[in-house]
Design a protein around this ligand. Structure first.
Ligand code: NAP
Length: 486
């Protein structure tokens, strides 16, 4: 498919239901990370465009909050149906701009859509409360109301799902949204916007502002009093800046930030299952997920066996352009990402780690930002890649001896997004579930994301939850009514 031929190729701004150029007519380039080719010139939103979009969202939100939950649910469901109907085209757009293999891209579209489907249902379940009063002749009621206009900022690693995960609960709750997708991957967000228009979602409720000026657009969002909430997914560093910016008018903010997931394998684990879980958790999206296993802790007695089995499984990766059928690992997003992964690898090796397996570089990789899947053994606990997000296909394996020691290793991070645990011991599962400092724990599984479950972190991995019945709370204000009767 030529991208231009796709009806979902919309390299413009979506404001108030209308596609338009940026106010100053500027554009920016989007490239395919597998080939380095420029695939689109996209309208480059300015702060003035953001202001216009916020005003449109504020107008639309008033009527939307009055719309019955059944109508909101019906429109979200229609949007879900359209997304799934266009899954293949959306997946191709996603692969071309982000690089992940087509099968993974299809999976991301279905995953993003599952949030739209879920919140189409949850729209009908915005429950309040009736509380026992302290005095007779009074009644305490609790009602929930939409927070108003929400501004979202999303990253490039899941350009469809990270946005769908915010748009769906926001709309279900009665909010309107202004969205800034990542500059590397705006096309998936814009395609979602077109399908929202096609589904009949009223103009102004979803506004999409691709931009190469993230800081300026972020400031236009946080400094605007009509925006009552920021929902951000991205790095902890940018999340912290946004918290400071939101302090000015005490704006609500939800944050889905970075992770540094420990993947713990005890000697009593099913090792084949642990290896399968490691492959799924570590290498999805070439290691560029926030819940990626970042550091493997393997009990000393099974260390060598686990490493051999993992090295053997890693030989199954076929790396290249994600549009090619046989490919199951794509490139990294950019040259900067390649350099960061290489620097972390070099640091570990300089501290004594050994490369136990590394895929052979291929000439066809020259055009893109590929990185060979790499297994590192004898990794010291203080190597940089045990403290920082790798965001690349490097698996560092660290040995441990006791349960107490591995809990201490796992909790020694400032992050607390996801963790993985492989053991057959039920008592150990209980102890580690209690003690690991994490928002999410996969027990004998490497896959944890699910629209029905609360996704989010503790410590510097964020505030709030996305998905599940808890996900709605991020877009609702609580109001309490005390009624007095004579
Ligand atoms: P990033 O640099 O923080 O960028 C994320 C988004 O913020 C992009 O849209 C970016 O725009 C924008 N941005 C950058 N600087 C900004 C500023 N000063 N003000 C306002 N917006 C700004 O993160 P990334 O490298 O794209 O994404 C990877 C990070 O996201 C990792 O840390 C990963 O763990 C995290 N993540 C977390 C979750 C989760 O659910 N917890 C999910 C996915 C990813 P530009 O692209 O235009 O620069």
């Amino acid at each position: 498919m030529s991208l231009i031929e796709s009806g979902l190729f919309k390299p413009q701004l979506l404001i108030d239901g209308v596609w338009s150029a940026a106010e100053d007519g500027k554009i920016f380039s989007v490239e395919n990370p597998a080939t380095g080719e420029v695939i689109a010139q996209v309208a480059d939103a300015t702060p003035a465009d953001a202001k216009r979009a916020i005003a449109a969202a504020a107008r639309a939100q008033i009527a939307w909050a009055e719309t019955s939950v059944l109508e909101r649910s019906r429109l979200l469901r229609k949007w879900f149906d359209l997304v799934m109907h266009n899954q293949e085209e959306l997946a191709k757009i996603l692969t071309i701009e982000q690089g992940k293999p087509l099968a993974e891209a299809r999976g991301e579209i279905a995953y993003g859509a599952s949030y739209i489907e879920w919140f189409a249902e949850e729209a009908k379940r915005i429950y309040g409360d009736v509380i026992a009063p302290s005095e007779n002749n009074t009644r305490i009621l609790v009602i929930k109301q939409p927070v108003g206009v929400v501004a979202t900022i999303t990253p490039w690693n899941f350009p469809n799902a990270m946005l769908a995960r915010k748009l769906a609960p926001a709309l279900a709750a009665g909010c309107a949204v202004v969205a800034k997708p990542a500059a590397e991957t705006p096309l998936s967000a814009l395609a979602l916007g077109q399908l929202a228009v096609d589904a009949g979602i009223p103009a102004g409720l979803i506004n999409i502002l691709p931009s190469s000026c993230a800081k300026e657009i972020g400031e236009a969002f946080t400094s605007n009093e009509q925006v009552r909430k920021i929902s951000f997914t991205g790095s902890t560093a940018v999340g912290k800046q946004l918290i400071t910016q939101c302090a000015a008018d005490v704006k609500r903010i939800s944050l889905e930030l970075g992770g540094n997931a420990p993947f713990i394998v005890f000697e009593d684990a099913d090792l084949d299952a642990a290896v399968a879980g490691a492959i799924a958790s570590k290498f999805r999206n070439a290691g560029q997920t926030c819940v990626c296993a970042n550091r493997f802790y393997v009990q000393q007695t099974i260390y060598d066996t686990f490493c051999e089995k993992l090295a053997s499984a890693m030989k199954g990766f076929v790396i290249g352009n994600g549009l090619d059928k046989e490919i199951n690992m794509g490139p990294l997003i950019s040259n900067r990402a390649q350099q960061k992964a290489q620097a972390l690898l070099d640091d570990a090796v300089s501290r004594g780690a050994k490369i136990a397996y590394q895929a052979k570089q291929d000439d066809s990789w020259q055009t893109g930002y590929f990185f060979p899947p790499t297994l590192l053994v004898n990794v010291p606990v203080d190597a940089r890649l045990t403290c920082e997000e790798i965001f690349g296909p490097i698996a560092p394996i660290i040995s441990f001896e006791t349960e107490a020691q591995v809990i201490q290793f796992a909790n020694s991070s400032e992050y607390g997004l996801a963790a993985y645990l492989y053991t057959r011991d039920a008592n150990r599962i209980k102890r580690l579930s209690d003690q690991l400092q994490t928002g999410m724990l996969g027990v004998n599984t490497g896959l944890i994301s699910n629209a029905m479950a609360p996704f989010g972190g503790v410590k510097q991995s964020g505030w709030g939850r996305e998905g599940s019945r808890y996900g709605m709370d991020d877009y609702l204000n609580i109001k309490y009514l005390r009624e007095s009767f004579s």
